[in-house]
Ligand binder design. Structure first.
Ligand SMILES: [Zn+2]
Length: 60
């Protein structure tokens, strides 16, 4: 059996990037762009997809 080390199923909604920075159009006092971060609603910022088995187990 081949063993591939993977962190787990990646969220298809955000493709593994659960947090994105959104520029507000304003600048901070330092002169940098003011950004806010938004979490992926599908995986709630974890970046991992919830396996279907979890739902099946929850059903019973
Ligand atoms: Zn996601």
């Amino acid at each position: 059996m081949p063993q591939h080390t993977r962190p787990g199923p990646i969220c298809a909604h955000c493709d593994g990037f659960p947090q994105v920075a959104i520029a507000t159009g304003q600048t901070t006092l330092d002169g940098q762009r003011h950004t806010i971060t938004a979490d992926c609603p599908a995986c709630r910022g974890t970046g991992r997809a919830i396996p279907a088995r979890a739902y099946a187990r929850a059903e019973r």
